[in-house]
Design a protein around this ligand. Sequence first.
Ligand code: FES
Ligand SMILES: [Fe+2]
Length: 385
Amino acid sequence: MDRKEELAVGRRLLGHIDGRTTDLADDLFRNKVIAYSCRERARLERERLFRDHPIFMALGTRLARPGDYLTEDLAGLPVLLARGTDGTVRAFANICRHRGAPVAQGCGNARAFACPYHGWTYDLTGRLLGTTDKVAFAGLDLASHGLVPLPAAEKHGMIFVRPKPPRPGEVGAIDVDATLGVMAADMDALELDSYPIFSVDRITPRINWKFAIDTFLEGYHIPHLHRKTIGPYFIGNCGTFDAAGANGRMCVARTSIDAVRTLPEAERNYRPHVISVYQLFPNTIVIWQVDHIEIWRAFPHRDDPGRCDVEMTIYKPADSDRPDSYWEKNRDIAIRTVMEEDFPLGERMQVGFESGATDEVIYGRNEPSLVHFHRSIRAALGVAA
Ligand code: FES
Ligand SMILES: [Fe+2]
């Protein structure tokens, strides 16, 4: 955020701390438990949220060099993302045009992709370079049997993909600024292309994907669930929230924020004391962690509403001379807090949801980010509850 916005958010946070208040949603919000457990709802979400919307994939620095690539299953669609020799990032369905094997696995750097099944090769633009056994495939038009392209775009240091092949005649280009809305200015100000990747962690908790996002959208639970980990460093149940279309920004204060009070407002630097949690619809959380960027993404399982794939990536500043052990410690805190405290509790909540013993959950007025997230989902799904 720019300096004016930083001061305004800082002022709001100090006001909340002094008044023991927090930004409030306009009303309580009730959500049906089936939103977390129903197969039909999960199918609708995969179709409407995970095919039609641009999905954040990674910061551009994760594919820093020509030939860098990564693969991922996006809610049931295998995707290959690669940076070409021209510097452009392209996305494809990671499905060989011969008989459908994934042509690339994991991540790495390559000049071309050779399918592991029968050895057909594709270049970084998805073009089919050649088949093995030329006699058997004589007459096959290579030009029309490249990997199926998916719309991809890179801007503000961020890569997005729409995981749906465009229909014939449809361009399907992604407008990153339209996707980010007013949050584009914040993302630009973060200078994300100056943060190289430090670590990637993946887990598959037995929770609905929305719970994996919910857990980042309120500071109400911090002094309770995290009292032994991050609790002492944050002012719990206190924060600002600003919607940006279906996206949102929540800011929470570290207890160290009191240090700014000794300075006149124009000289205050809130950056070391305020964590910004950006919610990128539908499934990404970008956290400005004062001196590094932590990004969480959650994807629904392709069939079970009670499972998801979660990825946490840490990007560290390029110009930092801190040793790797410092970033490792940050990674460890994030893992211990979320994967050992939030998600294990979430797995027990998921069991409760699937038991059918309760009908609904309630998001409080002090959880405006959560309310906004679930309202945005309902709007995108076209459902009333
Ligand atoms: S499936 Fe890829 S070469 Fe046969
Ligand atoms: Fe948490």
